[in-house]
Design a binder for this molecule. Structure first.
Ligand code: PGA
Length: 254
């Protein structure tokens, strides 16, 4: 996946219901992505659609990612798909540590193994981090720092710039109400500070930090203008090609 200054990531989760709908959305986003200057768009469909969406190609401005993947290459794991299989299929990035996966039992330690394997395979890890509760006393800052330390435990300093971080406060996902843009700005700086402490300033400064959680075509302008993040990871609104095209445009131009 090319290194860009901005990213618009579509996390389709377990949607849309049919492959033909998925192909229709991808084709529209592909047309939009080709018109952007500094933004790379990543579409992460359900596993079953990945090979068909990959065949639709799209040039250097758009690529296909996965939503998770096992760190083991093969084995007796009913229902699972390995990162290695995804890489061989032509996927170029993978969302790891999404809060919905953490809720299903994925731990920081497991996610650190996934990141390690993804980096070895040359897949770009799009790593989700974020607090469950944003308490007034600021305890969440400790929770977030500890989560990041454990999640990135296996990443050597030299490889750190290959990561993309999606800061997603769990309480803002799927609610329709994003974190206030000024707080996104403060949290983006905080996340950048934590990675600079972990990997050194030079490497840390090269890691894009995106925001995720109830981003839509109406709030994206303020999120980019005031939040000053390097892009967004979008769930629900990424299934609406008109909304997501507007989001992509704002990520590219603001
Ligand atoms: P949302 O999802 O945009 O629907 O809030 C974001 C995410 O889960 O990554």
């Amino acid at each position: 996946m090319p290194k860009n200054s901005r990213y618009a990531i579509a996390n389709w989760k377990m949607n849309p219901p049919t492959l033909s709908e998925a192909a229709g959305i991808y084709t529209k986003l592909r047309t939009k992505a080709a018109k952007l200057r500094k933004t790379h768009t990543v579409v992460c469909p359900p596993f079953l659609y990945v090979p068909s969406i990959l065949k639709l190609k799209g040039g250097e401005h758009i690529s296909v990612g996965a939503q998770t993947g096992r760190p083991e290459d093969a084995g007796s794991m009913t229902g699972e798909v390995s990162l290695s299989m995804l890489s061989h299929a032509g996927v170029s990035s993978v969302i790891l540590g999404h809060s919905e996966r953490r809720k299903m039992g994925e731990t920081d330690e497991y996610i650190s193994k996934q990141i390690d394997r993804a980096l070895t395979l040359g897949l770009t890890p799009i790593v989700c981090v974020g607090e469950k509760i944003h308490d007034a006393e600021g305890k969440f800052l400790h929770e977030l720092t500890a989560q990041m330390k454990a999640t990135f435990a296996k990443v050597p300093n030299k490889q750190a710039s290959k990561l993309i971080i999606a800061y997603e406060p769990v309480w803002a996902i799927g609610t329709g109400t994003p974190m206030p843009a000024q707080t996104i700005y403060e949290m983006t700086i905080f996340v950048k500070k934590v990675v600079s402490d972990l990997f050194g300033h030079d490497q840390g400064a090269r890691i894009p930090v995106l925001y995720g959680g109830s981003v839509n075509a109406k709030n994206i302008e303020e999120i980019m203008k005031v939040g000053k993040c390097d892009g967004v990871l979008v769930g629900k609104e990424s299934l609406n090609p008109i909304s997501f095209a507007a989001i992509m445009e704002a990520v590219d131009t603001i």
